[in-house]
Write a protein that binds this ligand. Structure first.
Ligand code: ATP
Ligand code: MG
Length: 263
């Protein structure tokens, strides 16, 4: 397929390099808020539907965190429990976790303060797939952020999840967590114009010598994907394959429709 379309690589994959990410307005807004949140040691909530680009925005953030000023940890574990959380943080930052939970918690507290006050770096902890967290894990976040009698936090905590996480945090007994969120952003889909620009951007990244998707095909992709990047990627990849099989160098609306009908 690469040769057929004269591409220098495979477009529309999740392996896209951080410097080649597409700057949609939602991506830019997420990036700016995440950056502000880590700089100011905030507790941040990033939400959005599946495939909207949340983990990608986080990838963009950690890529540009200067190791002179930050130490970060990214955890993507839908079954995360408080015990696993403390263990993971301690291990990743090079400390042998104590067997007993209260002791591990104390180690965590001391570690975070040490990084901030002595190493003069900001610890950044990112918890992805947080919409799967149990209530006890969400409740624990209060303690994860409580330092010096709840007067400060040496770290920035970013929790990332699908829409349901926002609703989950609104329930009465999680109000204390909800109130502590200092920065939040809900990612939105690409507009029709952005979808067209996204497709061109992806093709430019693999240096195709000419346009491949017709205007009608692009419109159909927007219509079916609703501007969700992961869906755009799937539709574009499958449509390219369909066009290739039929020997067409241009992807027209019919290829997109055929792919959709088989979805
Ligand atoms: N700004 C972007 N530039 C280029 N590609 C992007 C961008 N945002 C998203 N994508 C593409 O869309 C795919 C899905 O994005 P991502 O995995 O970040 O979604 P998500 O919101 O984390 O979804 P989920 O809730 O399922 O975890 C990525 O693998 C990537 O290929
Ligand atoms: Mg994700």
């Amino acid at each position: 397929m690469i040769d057929f379309f004269e591409m220098k690589g495979v477009p529309f994959t999740r392996e896209i390099a951080p410097h080649q990410l597409f700057d949609s307005s939602s991506y830019k807004e997420a990036a700016a808020r995440l950056e502000y949140a880590v700089q100011n040691r905030q507790f941040c909530l990033l939400t959005g539907e599946a495939g909207m680009g949340k983990s990608t925005a986080v990838r963009g953030l950690v890529q540009q965190l200067d190791p002179v000023h930050y130490r970060y940890l990214y955890i993507c574990d839908s079954g995360l429990t408080p015990k696993l959380f403390y263990r993971e943080v301690l291990q990743c930052f090079g400390i042998q976790p104590a067997h007993r939970a209260p002791e591990a918690k104390r180690q965590y507290q001391a570690l975070m303060l040490d990084i901030y006050e002595n190493e003069k770096k900001i610890p950044v902890i990112i918890l992805d797939e947080a919409h799967h967290f149990s209530e006890s894990m969400l409740q624990e976040l209060r303690f994860v952020l409580n330092f010096k009698e709840d007067s400060m936090s040496p770290l920035s905590l970013i929790i990332v999840g699908q829409q349901s996480l926002r609703n989950q945090l609104k329930i009465k007994h999680l109000e204390a967590i909800e109130q502590r969120i200092q920065m939040r952003y809900q990612m939105v889909a690409l507009t029709e114009e952005e979808t067209a620009a996204y497709i061109q951007h992806q093709l430019k990244a693999v240096e195709t010598p000419h346009e491949i998707f017709s205007e009608e095909a692009t419109q159909a992709i927007y219509q079916f994907s609703k501007g969700i990047p992961r869906k755009i990627n799937s539709l574009c990849s499958l449509s390219l394959m369909d066009a290739r099989l039929q020997g067409n160098k241009i992807v027209g609306r019919s290829h997109v429709e055929r792919v959709m009908n088989e979805w």
